[in-house]
Design a protein around this ligand. Structure first.
Ligand SMILES: Nc1ncnc2c1ncn2[C@@H]1O[C@H](COP(=O)(O)OP(=O)(O)OP(=O)(O)O)[C@@H](O)[C@H]1O
Ligand SMILES: [Mg+2]
Length: 479
């Protein structure tokens, strides 16, 4: 008796399927179209039934809507296209940044998972014309087209493929998709005649990244690691029963990079930003509606929390006109905090909330209490290390011994200067030497004006002490 091994049947099936295009051309010339479909289908099902392999068919739609596994397979397989392929499909959606490359008229794609051999094929059928087009995928817009992937492997691995490999394909595709998606900035706009606010979005084209951010290297590392840990810990948050959210409070003087850090975080995580402008929200109900319409994997930003609005306290007492306003209509700090900690966080995943302020000391203690904001980040004046980041970015000079740097670094240690002020000086000329000379002059002028101011105050108070706190305050004076 002839002994046919499983793998030889499988190989035969593969080569047969690969030859179908040629076979079809011959059929086209000799046999009516309906008979062609019948013959091809019979041959394919014969080989399927007689092998120890199994084939999963992943159709583009399930009759109701898009099949997520199909979309994921398209994205996932784009990473498996080998250099020998000669035909690709490329596409780009209006809101995407990169070109998508998908495999087109090629034989097959092989993949392996936990040492299981897998074969992927792309099939494109056009029912209306009663013809089959295998491996094509360059559709002509026919409404009755059918596209699907076939995934073949040994029968005994069925459970592992369904329970582990397919979820892997979905996960890989999800992360690749979010990498390609442009980061959006959502801000508030008037939605209708009653002036209720809605989110309006644009692509965030902010170039700030962790590389361009001039902050202490140790702080930068801590923030990045914190974000990485947060993203990885889905299971942890679930296990301990906490909502998967993280809060940051960024505080420090104007121009130290708080907004730049938010943009860097969004670009790093590929999270959208929702910029919640307090002053345009009147009632808790509006706030709740807006918060509920924010998406997962996003950063909710409330800038200048201390001065953007006169916040009533947690009991609803408004600082100026508590008597005049109805409690029901008021926007309250309690409403915001309760909602953020309660319902809002449990309605979504991977949420980050960031408050910024120039005056941490003015903030309501409710915002500062432990557990509310997970990390308080102090954005401070420029240091020697962070100055080096600015020169690399603005002047493309990373040599720490470049002419004039020593003097600049000494001056920076002596007075408090923001990255924004230095960045402005570094943009004044295209010639690096001129920029550094200008910066040295600027810093010296600033030091002189601080010293003069200090002298004046000493005279006025007839005070000869060199009190540290006073000096500290004076160093903040701008030119
Ligand atoms: N740490 C920094 N690294 C790199 N560039 C910076 C940094 N800080 C400020 N800048 C530059 O200064 C500009 C203003 O900075 P940014 O808006 O981030 O400051 P801020 O702390 O948010 O200020 P404010 O408190 O006024 O909102 C930025 O566009 C950037 O060019
Ligand atoms: Mg800012």
């Amino acid at each position: 008796m002839m002994n046919i091994s499983a793998s030889s049947v499988f190989q035969a099936y593969l080569s047969m399927t690969a030859s179908i295009t040629l076979f079809k051309t011959m059929l086209n010339q000799l046999v009516p179209q309906q008979l062609q479909v019948y013959i091809v289908t019979k041959i394919r099902s014969y080989f399927r039934q007689n092998s120890s392999d199994i084939t999963l068919v992943i159709e583009e739609t399930d009759g109701m809507g898009i099949n997520e596994i199909y979309t994921a397979a398209e994205i996932y397989l784009s990473t498996r296209i080998s250099p020998e392929f000669q035909r690709f499909r490329i596409s780009k959606r209006p809101k995407e940044t990169d070109v998508n490359v998908k495999f087109g008229n090629c034989g097959k794609i092989t993949d392996s998972f936990e040492e299981i051999e897998l074969v992927w094929r792309f099939v494109h059928e056009s029912n209306q014309k009663n013809s089959l087009r295998f491996h094509g995928g360059d559709g002509d817009g026919d409404s009755s087209e059918k596209r699907y992937f076939e995934l073949s492997f040994k029968k005994q691995h069925k459970e592992r493929i369904l329970n582990r490999y397919i979820p892997l394909v979905l996960t890989v595709a999800k992360s690749m998709h979010s990498e390609k998606k442009p980061v959006k900035l959502h801000s508030l706009a008037s939605g209708n005649i009653y002036a209720s606010k809605v989110w309006e979005s644009v692509n965030l084209d902010h170039p700030s990244t962790f590389e361009t951010l001039a902050i202490e290297p140790a702080l930068k590392k801590t923030i990045k690691e914190d974000l990485d840990r947060f993203i990885k810990r889905k299971e942890f948050y679930r296990r301990v029963g906490k909502a998967w959210k993280r809060g940051y409070l960024l505080y420090g003087p104007p121009g130290t990079g708080k907004s730049s850090l938010i943009a860097a975080m969004a670009n790093y995580l590929k999270f959208d930003i929702y910029d919640l402008e307090f002053s345009s929200i009147k009632r808790d109900a509006d706030l709740r509606r807006l918060l509920l319409s924010t998406k997962n994997r996003s950063i909710l930003v409330i800038e200048d929390i201390d001065c953007s609005v006169k916040l009533p306290d947690r009991n609803g007492n408004h600082p100026n006109n508590a008597a005049n306003s109805s409690k029901m209509d008021q926007f309250t700090l309690g409403g915001l905090l309760n909602f953020i900690d309660g319902l809002w966080s449990s309605c979504g995943d991977e949420r980050i909330i960031i408050f910024t302020t120039n005056h941490k000391e003015k903030l309501d203690p409710a915002l500062l209490r432990p557990g509310r904001m997970d990390m308080h980040i102090h954005m401070s004046y420029l240091t020697s290390e962070s100055f080096q980041v600015l020169t690399t970015n603005y002047l493309e000079i990373s040599d720490p011994n470049y002419k004039g740097f020593k003097e600049v670094k000494e001056l920076i240690q002596d007075i408090q200067i923001t990255p924004a002020e230095v960045a402005e000086q570094l943009m004044k000329s295209e010639d690096p030497e001129t920029c550094i000379e200008g910066l040295v002059k600027f810093l010296k002028r600033k030091r002189t004006s601080i010293n003069e101011e200090l002298e004046k105050q000493k005279d006025a108070n007839n005070n000869t002490t060199d009190d540290d706190t006073q000096l500290h305050e004076l160093k903040r004076i701008k030119l």
